[in-house]
Design a protein around this ligand. Structure first.
Ligand SMILES: O=C(O)CCC(=O)C(=O)O
Ligand SMILES: [Fe+2]
Length: 300
């Protein structure tokens, strides 16, 4: 039996913006917000991140520590992590990531001004390793369909908004699968979630395993994330679609709501943002409110 296909327009929208700072048309914001909050990905086919000739040398897996695979940058602190190279290399990589972060911030502020005041800037990542064929535990394997939930970074309900740009120099796309709407995913997995052990959130936080206390919401999201990834039948049979994001293009999504899997590709930049639910145009579309409706109780 072939698995059901979703129509790509149900999960992906295209916006033709050519520059990180705009211009945008007046009606772009409301349609972008609606698409994102509904759980669609917005693709900007012409929005590229240009690297200088010198920066081109970082497009090798060895630019990141062997164990880490991704270089991570904290724009607030100016701190670069998991990068490999000389002091001069690290300074050049810092500047490159700073520039990507600034571009992503400009894009989000320009396209989504109603979020601007509440938006928190998270980590920037540079991913110079090929993602196909990596040996990872199922839980860490992003080639399996999942929604984003981070074990050490509980959000307490805040949305995870991410900007991605493919910078592959050899014409290779970033191949993603896009899955079922969040409501369907939640219904399929919520019944299987074990109860959060009383006191466990406090202990994890005291031990420094989490950056904030894991709320009942975070517990549910992590279990949905793991439940999806560990379920081979779900991975095989769930309604899904494939899309290859070409090099020289950018896309943005609420990855805590969009079921996604990245199956192949190399050389990507990514910027994470967090947005409080109250800053959404329609908070009822957040995973927090959806899960609260299903659970019949407050979760954060
Ligand atoms: O590296 C990618 O293309 C996306 C991986 C992923 O699942 C994520 O960043 O949330
Ligand atoms: Fe993800």
């Amino acid at each position: 039996m072939s698995r059901p296909e979703r129509d790509i327009v149900e999960v992906l929208e295209t916006l033709d913006i050519a520059g990180w700072g705009g211009p945008v048309h007046t009606n772009m914001e409301s349609s972008a917000i609606e698409a994102l909050e509904d759980g669609r990905v917005i693709h900007f086919p012409r929005l590229a991140f240009a690297l200088s000739t010198d920066e081109g040398r970082f497009l090798v897996p060895a630019a990141a520590d062997a164990g880490a695979k991704n270089v991570s940058f904290d724009a607030q602190a100016g701190a670069l992590k998991h990068a490999a190279g000389s002091a001069q290399d690290l300074a050049a990589m810092t500047a490159m990531m700073q520039r990507y972060s600034e571009h992503a911030v400009a894009l989000v502020r320009m396209l989504l001004p109603r979020y601007a005041d509440a938006l928190e800037i998270g980590r920037t990542s540079f991913r110079p390793a090929e993602i196909a064929g990596r040996a990872l535990s199922a839980r860490k394997d992003d080639t399996r369909l999942h929604i984003d939930a981070f074990p050490s970074t509980p959000t307490g309900g805040k949305r995870i908004l991410r900007v991605f740009t493919n910078v592959n120099p050899r014409g290779e796309g970033r191949h993603w699968r896009l899955g079922a709407p969040f409501e369907e995913v939640a219904c399929a997995f919520v019944g299987k979630i074990p109860r959060q052990v009383p006191g466990s959130a406090r202990v994890l936080n005291l031990l420094g395993a989490t950056k904030a206390s894991r709320t009942p919401y975070d517990h549910m999201m992590l279990n949905i994330h793991d439940g999806m990834k560990l379920d081979d039948a779900y991975q095989r049979d769930a309604a899904q679609n494939e899309f290859s994001f070409p090099p020289g293009s950018t896309w943005i999504a609420y990855t805590d709501k969009v079921s996604h899997a990245a199956t192949s590709g190399q050389h990507l930049f990514e910027q994470t943002f967090y947005l409080p639910v109250r800053a959404m145009a329609d908070p009822s579309k957040s995973p927090l409110r959806i899960l609260e409706r299903l659970a019949g109780r407050a979760l954060a």
